[in-house]
Design a protein around this ligand. Structure first.
Ligand code: UD1
Length: 365
């Protein structure tokens, strides 16, 4: 029986690329189910095409809505599909509503679940992603942890499923597509000079749905006076219009969402990254670029311990000061990238090899 990989959002589509590729190479029958949580071309199709991901067997077309709407609708639509097309395993990467709904629907119809990126924790239960990843971890049969710390978190919580340290699939895809950066013309397109700009992304609900937090962040970035490129998530764009935040004639250049290779290119040549994304913190790390995290905590604590990522929250003065620090001490911070806690680029191979043995062991019965 087939293994389904359930994805729905931009970062999950990126994570699916190396997993599905390895499944083809190693002969595991795996198909993608797209929930439709992300539906804009620039958040979904662009990545499927650029990363040569096989067309999903179905798009459940759930679209936007409240968390409960998304989770329940995905579960209902997935239940219908999985009942008609039984699977030996459902694999969910990450911590989104699509991942949670994928895991719950599978469990409820009796299909085992594997979680990719298991054990990530930020210890703030107010964030929807934290609750989501905890629930998924505790109901998964197989857990694939990206780092030692994630493994420790799973052990400390006594999760029931089998745990494996695999490394991070995002590092696999990062390595595979890094050499495409040389062919990408995004810098010319936006009039950017190498090492002369800062890269900003912002999309998390706790930041963009709170007018004072997003205003503070933007004010801090403006105060820094640095040239900033800001590929904007549609959610953030909508909120900025609602709150009357307009950035024409400022040091912040707002552009449409960029593709994966465009993002890697922006990362390669920036002085620093300002972000509230979990994925981009890691991609900045692998690009050996200092990161400033616009949150109150992070899952990727190793990057903080190494002194290459700074948590600044949303205080505008602190943000401006930290940007200045990162620009002035750039060479010194870059010398601190001395190890990589996220594996060796072989996470997807390990995941597929483990899945093959476990499915053979009778999980499908
Ligand atoms: C989701 C994940 C988040 C992840 C992020 C990556 C959840 C709860 N959140 O956040 O963990 O970091 O994806 O991007 O699963 N929208 C569009 N077009 C789209 C998709 C969304 O315009 O294709 C807008 C809609 O206004 C929508 C809003 O963005 O209401 C939020 O979208 P949603 O999928 O709920 O969450 P994200 O913010 O993308």
């Amino acid at each position: 029986m087939v293994v389904f990989l359930v994805v729905g959002t931009r970062p999950q589509i990126i994570k699916s690329a190396p997993i599905i590729q390895k499944s083809i190479e190693l002969g595991l029958d795996m198909e993608i189910i797209h929930t439709g949580q992300h539906y804009d071309h620039g958040l979904s199709q662009v990545f499927l095409e650029e990363l040569s991901i096989p067309v999903p067997v179905i798009n459940l077309g759930v679209g936007s809505g409240t968390h409960i709407f998304q989770i329940t609708e995905i579960m209902l639509r997935l239940e219908k599909y999985l009942c008609k097309h039984p699977a030996s395993m459902v694999v969910v990467p990450g911590d989104t509503n699509s991942a949670l709904a994928g895991a719950l629907a599978s469990i409820k119809i009796g299909t085992p679940v594997s979680h990719v990126e298991a054990g990530a924790r930020c210890y703030n239960m107010k964030l929807p992603e934290e609750a989501t990843r905890r629930i998924i971890d505790h109901c998964s049969d197989i857990l694939f942890a990206p780092t030692d710390k994630c493994m420790i978190n799973l052990t400390n919580e006594s999760v029931m499923g089998e745990r494996f340290l695999t490394g991070d699939v995002m590092y696999d895809v990062f390595l595979e597509f890094s050499d495409r950066v040389d062919e990408c013309d995004i810098l010319n397109k936006h009039n950017l000079d190498k090492e002369e700009y800062i890269l900003l992304t912002l999309h998390r609900g706790e930041n963009v749905d709170d007018p004072s937090r997003i205003r503070n962040i933007i004010t801090g970035v403006q105060k820094s006076g640095e040239k900033v490129i800001f590929p904007v998530h549609p959610r953030t764009k909508r909120r900025m219009v609602e709150y009357g935040i307009f950035l024409q004639d400022s040091n912040i250049k707002v552009v449409d969402p960029v593709s994966y290779v465009e993002m890697l290119t922006l990362l390669r040549h920036t002085k620093g990254v300002l972000t509230d994304s979990g994925g981009l913190q890691k991609e900045a790390f692998w690009s050996k670029i200092p990161c400033i995290t616009l949150r109150d905590e992070t899952e990727w604590i190793e990057t903080i311990e190494m002194g290459v990522n700074t948590i600044v929250g949303t205080d505008s003065d602190r943000i401006a000061r930290t940007i200045e620090h990162v620009c002035q001490r750039n060479t010194e911070i870059r010398s601190k990238f001395t190890k990589n806690p996220f594996g060796d680029g072989e996470a997807s191979r390990r995941i597929i090899e483990i899945l093959k043995t476990r499915i053979g062991d009778g999980y499908s019965e």
